[in-house]
Design a protein around this ligand. Structure first.
Ligand SMILES: [Cu+2]
Length: 175
């Protein structure tokens, strides 16, 4: 019986010069983005800080319905249109597969926007300005917003949420 020498595998060979360079670049980049993410929050307003509270889908739905009842002015393709006063609490409900209500806001006014979903996770992507948030079931995410540019915006769900995901497009109007 003889003992055969085991051939060294690729993982036992020392790193090649090129490999060392790329690993170093990747490592430095990892460090850089780790610093940049919190830095953006302070310097660039990229990552907004909000308030978060636990809430059931039923309770959030009830608050949204009350909000709609109070400030509804019409309908837009089957979705209620709401004109809330400045400095008020406003609600945006995500559900498979629509956003409601349509919010009509005043440029320069500040609102407390409550975001949630009553079923699964939805992504809130406001286009074309490309602001992105999350509607998370079980949580009321509150953002203090002051829209500055007049126009009609689309709220696109950018978190895959099922068969009708591609059609989950809401509307936000600033005038
Ligand atoms: Cu979706």
């Amino acid at each position: 019986m003889s003992i055969q020498a085991i051939k060294p595998g690729w993982w036992q060979k020392p790193l090649d010069g090129q490999e060392k360079i790329w690993l170093s670049i990747a490592f430095v980049w990892c460090l850089a983005i780790t610093i940049i993410m919190p830095w953006w929050h302070v310097v660039g307003d990229h990552n907004m800080s909000g308030e978060y509270h636990k809430i059931t889908g039923g309770d959030f739905s009830m608050l949204t319905d009350q909000f709609i009842e109070k400030y509804q002015v019409g309908m837009d393709e089957g979705i209620p249109v709401v004109v809330p006063p400045a400095n008020s609490d406003i609600f945006l409900r995500g559900a498979q597969w629509e956003w409601d209500p349509v919010l009509k806001l005043k440029a320069g006014s500040t609102y407390r926007l409550h975001l949630s979903s009553i079923d699964v996770n939805h992504g809130v992507s406001i286009q074309p300005v490309n602001m992105n948030f999350q509607a998370v079931p079980g949580y009321d995410s509150i953002l203090t917003i002051t829209p500055t540019t007049k126009g009609e915006y689309r709220i696109i769900c950018n978190e895959f949420c099922g068969a009708g995901h591609h059609a989950m497009i809401g509307k936000l109007i600033v005038e």
